[in-house]
Structure formats: structure tokens, C-alpha cells
Ligand binder design. Structure first.
Ligand code: GTP
Ligand code: MG
Length: 138
């Protein structure tokens, strides 16, 4: 089994979609083995998304991620990283396959409801950014 870091973003927590999004994960066979609701500062959002700091949308992205509560979670399952990205759908909801979280819930390419790690190395780093080992209960 594999683990990946997921974030339910402020546009989704604001619209009370946490349960509907979690149902999508669980229906896909992903188990939520850790979860907490937090509010990031802009600096923390910038640290988390440091890989994007040269991108033109970095300031907008970090403002958005600090604009309201997020739910950070660890999902576990077979091929959890790729399975989660499948369930999420494409970054831009206009390109997301029907039935995916972003197709159903995302508002725009920026306010796109969820984040998911993109590789084993980033999953490991992102999980330890938010969680101590003791908080993960498989
Ligand atoms: P994450 O799971 O959030 O990392 O999404 P991703 O891997 O599908 O996309 P990527 O890593 O390329 O971009 C990270 C995040 O930056 C996206 O999820 C969007 O929230 C945001 N983003 C990407 N492109 C744009 C853009 O053109 N404009 C704005 N405002 N935000 C963008
Ligand atoms: Mg990404």
C-alpha cells in the first residue's frame, strides 16, 4: 500500500463539501488514515507550495490557500498517489473527466477544491509537513 497527502482547499470547505469529497475518496478505495482541519498563514502556504514560487500565479495561490480553513489528510491504498489524482481530475475543471472531484466541485483552475501529491518523494515530504508519524492510524 501507498500513502499520499490530500488537501481539501478553502473553496470546498467554504461550501461545506468535505463529506462529499471524502465520499469520493472512500468510494475509490482510498482510506483516510489521518485528517485535520487547519488554517494556513500565507507564509505556511508559500512554504508548502515553494516549488511554484517562480510561477506567475504564486501570490494568488498562496492568498487563496490562506483565505479559509483547509482539511489536510493522508489517504492510503494501492497506488494511492495515482488513484487520488484520478479521482481529483485535471487541474483545470474544464478539462476534468466527468465524475471527478474537480469536474463536480471545482470553481476554476485556481480554486480547484483539492490538492494531491504527485510522486512518492513529494508525498513523503508533504505528509511530514503536516503530520507526525503518531497521527497516522492505518
Ligand atoms: P495540486 O494538487 O494542487 O498541486 O494541483 P495540480 O498538481 O493539479 O496542479 P499544479 O501542481 O500544476 O498547480 C498547483 C496549484 O496551483 C493548482 O492546483 C491550482 O490551485 C494552482 N494553479 C495552477 N495553475 C494556475 C493558474 O493558472 N492560475 C491560478 N490562479 N492558480 C493556478
Ligand atoms: Mg501539483
Amino acid at each position: 500500500v501507498e500513502r499520499t497527502l490530500s488537501i481539501i482547499k478553502p473553496d470546498a470547505t467554504k461550501r461545506n463539501l468535505t463529506g462529499k469529497i471524502n465520499a469520493k475518496f472512500e468510494e475509490a478505495g482510498l482510506r483516510i488514515v489521518a485528517q485535520k482541519r487547519i488554517k494556513l498563514t500565507k507564509a505556511q502556504a508559500g512554504e508548502f507550495y515553494a516549488v511554484h514560487k517562480e510561477r506567475p500565479f504564486f501570490d494568488e495561490l498562496t492568498d487563496f490557500m490562506a483565505s479559509g480553513p483547509v482539511v489536510v489528510q493522508v489517504l492510503e491504498g494501492d497506488s494511492a498517489i495515482s488513484k487520488n489524482r484520478e479521482v481529483m481530475g485535471a487541474t483545470n475543471p474544464a478539462d476534468a473527466a466527468p465524475g471527478t472531484i474537480r469536474a463536480e466541485f471545482a470553481e476554476s483552475v485556481g480554486e480547484n477544491s483539492v490538492h494531491g501529491s504527485d510522486a512518492p518523494e513529494t508525498a513523503k515530504e508533504e505528509i511530514s509537513f503536516f503530520f507526525a508519524g503518531l497521527e497516522l492510524v492505518g
